[in-house]
Design a protein around this ligand. Structure first.
Ligand code: G6P
Length: 736
């Protein structure tokens, strides 16, 4: 095997408990690296291959040292775990404490101080391995509940790194999370990341709530301000949902292969060609609701609503965590239930449940999915459940019915499945019968919509949106991207549409003197075209003081205006709304004195007075001078006016006596206009506050490079104008 590149050169490093391959040694001594279990592998493999990153993880065997090596185009960096580490860190704290705690305490979590100590020590080892291979400024993406302390450890060792974390499993509600004796340490560990990804909106919300309750840090939408130093500085951490997916095209492609279809037919034949084949595919885990599924199936057979002559249930239960006692007990319980049910209902020619305690290669799974008329996903709690997505991706014949637990993350997206509450056995039974009896037309209609969903958000889209939020990604091409154009069409159709636009850097290129900024040619006409259309409102959302915004933008009178990050608003009135307390006015005076003195001593810096604050502009100063001025301002003001809101933009540091963000401004505008959907375009970090309050139906457009929560990106103000013209054309029906 070729040796991997030398340490410290990888610009993308993935860290997860397991490497994507497991070490296996046959009795004759032959060594193989087998693709390891778990959804993560399938999810990240394509990304790792295309970006030539390194993957840090455990090779699945105890007490063995391996040099970094390359496998299938991916550089692997094995982390050694001793037998005791496996018992305490992996089986103990990860899978007997965190796993049950994070899955709604379906099984009781254990809390042991020794296993916590092992968790800390092993997390440190993973962090050290990542630190050793990461290039300066590299992006490190840490995965899952086994490694929640790693982000902080990385940040402390290497502040140059960009750090992402993705939690593949649920994050529990505060009432449950609070049971954890080390609840603060875990949050602190996670908050070392720049972006913390979750599967569902609810998981990200639970996390932010835990941060508020335990640390009191301010949160705004998906943004958490984490104090980062003595001088009142804070780091912006994003906690947001990024639902994971699969390589949908690869599953589709496999399913279309003639040999796999032949295998699917063979499976049905071997089972005696039942009218309906039901399928369950799970790791043998108590979160999967396998027992509930078997109970419901057994009752349907007992009630005579289903019969073994017609229906067979194939249950694949892949072995998992077999030395953890809860898992041993579960296996006994499930196998007893299967045995009983088969004893009660199977005939010589028909087996009720065909049960398999194995894992199978992907090809065989695809054949099973193709063979199955009904797929049962009855998880009691599940981060995402990729099996549900795999089933959908495989069904290129646009047939088959997915019965899906609403407690699986996939239920947030796969709304056209038959959604069930698996605790409700009667409801689950009804859903199973409905699935068996569903007419072809309805099956096709539902499957078509499910397939669209899975194809749209495949694993490439998932990792791209996470990395966009984390790093900003690659250079932005000119023009309107095709996928944006498709979305503009649906956006243009809504009844009430709000088009909210930042000014500097979005409509107008950045210039050296802020008062010289002007919108690019054609913007005024584009805005006018939008204003002429019924049901459309246009707003400017700026960090500038309103007076300054009016001066540079010269907006039409029906344009809604918000300035000073939402502190000033002018909504269809001649007056500007703004109220400041006398204490705030006093603070403004002190602020003006401090910044005035700094600006006088560092050449090239200027101070802009705003209604509720002041901005120190350093664009024209030397790099060193700019940094010095900004540092002095931060230091002096954190002492004299500790409660100020500090905001950093491109070559500008702004201090406000009242905290407000462009997110607040946008919320106000949304409320005022009663818009059904919102389009927001912006270029700067302060625009991220606005992107963070956009809903799934809204559309965010980022201008230029940089990390962003916006779904789309264009290169420059020129393209923004093109987008505005396009929206106006689409809405007025004047499109080619
Ligand atoms: C879940 C977890 C993964 C884990 C997988 C298999 O999908 O989110 O992190 O790898 O289960 O579990 P195991 O304990 O065998 O790694």
């Amino acid at each position: 095997m070729p040796a991997a590149a030398p340490a410290g050169t990888y610009t993308l490093v993935v860290v997860s408990n397991r490497l994507p391959v497991d070490y296996e040694e046959a009795p004759d001594g032959t060594v193989t690296w087998r693709t390891s279990p778990g959804g993560l592998v399938t999810a990240l493999e394509p990304l790792m291959r295309s970006s030539h990153g390194a993957w840090v993880g455990w090779p699945g065997v105890a007490d063995r040292d391996f040099e970094p090596f390359e496998n299938d185009g991916i550089s692997l960096v094995p982390v050694r775990l001793t037998e005791t580490d496996i018992e305490d860190y992996y089986e103990g704290f990860s899978n007997d404490t965190l796993w049950p705690l994070y899955h709604d305490v379906i099984a009781p979590p254990s809390f042991h101080r020794e296993t916590w100590d092992a968790y800390v020590a092993v997390n440190r080892r993973f962090a050290a391995s990542a630190v050793a291979v990461a290039a300066p400024g590299a992006t490190v993406w840490v995965h899952d509940y086994q490694l929640q302390l790693v982000p902080r450890m990385l940040r402390e060792a290497r502040p140059d790194l960009v750090i992402g974390f993705f939690n593949h499993i649920p994050f529990p509600p505060y009432g449950i999370y609070a049971q954890l004796p080390w609840r603060k340490q875990i949050l602190h560990g996670l908050l070392g990341a720049d972006v913390i990804g979750f599967q569902r909106v609810a998981d990200a919300g639970n996390f932010s709530q835990a941060v508020r309750r335990l640390f009191g840090y301010p949160t705004r939408g998906v943004v958490i301000d984490v104090p980062s130093g003595e001088d009142g500085d804070s780091r912006r951490v994003i906690a947001k949902h990024f639902p994971i997916s699969i390589d949908a095209a690869a599953y589709d492609e496999l399913a279309r292969r003639p040999e796999i279809q032949a295998r699917a037919r063979q499976i049905r034949e071997d089972l005696g060609n039942p009218k309906t084949l039901m399928l369950g595919v799970d790791r043998l885990d108590y979160t999967k609701g396998i027992g509930h599924r078997i109970k419901a199936f057994g009752e349907l057979l007992a009630d005579g609503r289903l019969s073994v002559e017609d229906v067979t249930l194939v249950q694949i239960a892949s072995p998992s965590r077999e030395r953890v006692s809860t898992y041993m007990a579960l296996r006994d319980e499930i196998e007893l239930a299967v045995g009983r049910l088969n004893g009660d209902f199977s005939t010589i020619s028909h087996t009720a449940i065909s049960y398999h305690h194995h894992s199978y290669p992907r090809e065989e799974m695809v054949a099973m999915y193709l063979a199955a008329d009904v797929m049962l996903v009855t998880a009691l709690r599940d981060g995402m459940n990729l099996v549900a997505k795999e089933y959908v991706a495989v069904r290129f014949d646009v047939d088959g019915v997915l019965v899906l637990s609403e407690f699986a993350g996939a239920a947030d997206e796969l709304k056209q499945a038959i959604l069930i509450n698996p605790h409700d056995i009667d409801g689950t039974k009804d859903a199973m019968v409905r699935a068996v009896e569903m007419p072809k037309r309805e099956r096709t209609r539902r499957m078509r919509s499910l397939r669209r969903k899975v194809a749209e958000n495949d694993v490439a889209a998932w990792s791209a949106s996470f990395l966009r939020a984390l790093t900003g990604g690659a250079a932005v091409p000119a023009g309107i991207p095709d996928d944006l154009d498709a979305e503009l069409e649906s956006l243009a159709r809504v009844e009430n549409l709000l088009i909210a636009l930042d000014f500097d850097g979005t409509l107008a290129p950045h210039v050296d003197h802020p008062e010289d900024a002007r919108a690019v040619e054609g913007t005024r006409e584009a805005v006018q075209a939008l204003l002429d259309l019924p049901g459309v409102r246009v707003a400017l959302v700026s960090g500038r003081a309103l007076v300054s915004l009016q001066h540079v933008a010269q907006p039409q009178s029906s344009v809604l205006l918000t300035g000073s990050h939402g502190i000033e608003v002018q909504l269809d009135t001649p007056e500007i709304e703004l109220n400041l307390l006398s204490s705030e006015l006093e603070q403004l005076d002190i602020l003006a004195r401090v910044l005035g003195a700094i600006s006088a001593s560092v050449s090239g810096t200027t101070v802009e007075r705003k209604p509720a604050g002041l901005a120190l502009h350093t664009r024209l100063a030397s790099e060193k001078g700019g940094q010095t001025a900004q540092r002095q301002a931060r230091e002096q003001l954190s002492e004299q006016l500790p409660g100020l809101t500090v905001r950093e933009g491109i070559n500008v540091l702004e201090f406000s006596v009242r905290s407000s963000t462009k997110g607040d401004a946008l919320q106000k505008l949304r409320e005022y206009t009663g818009a059904d959907r919102v389009f927001y375009a912006g270029d700067d970090v302060t625009d991220e506050d606005a992107f963070s309050v956009l809903g799934d139906d809204d559309l965010g457009l980022k201008i230029g490079q940089g990390a962003t929560l916006a779904r789309y990106r264009v290169r420059s103000p020129k393209e923004v104008t093109e987008v505005l013209i396009r929206i106006a054309a689409l809405r007025s029906g004047q499109t080619s």
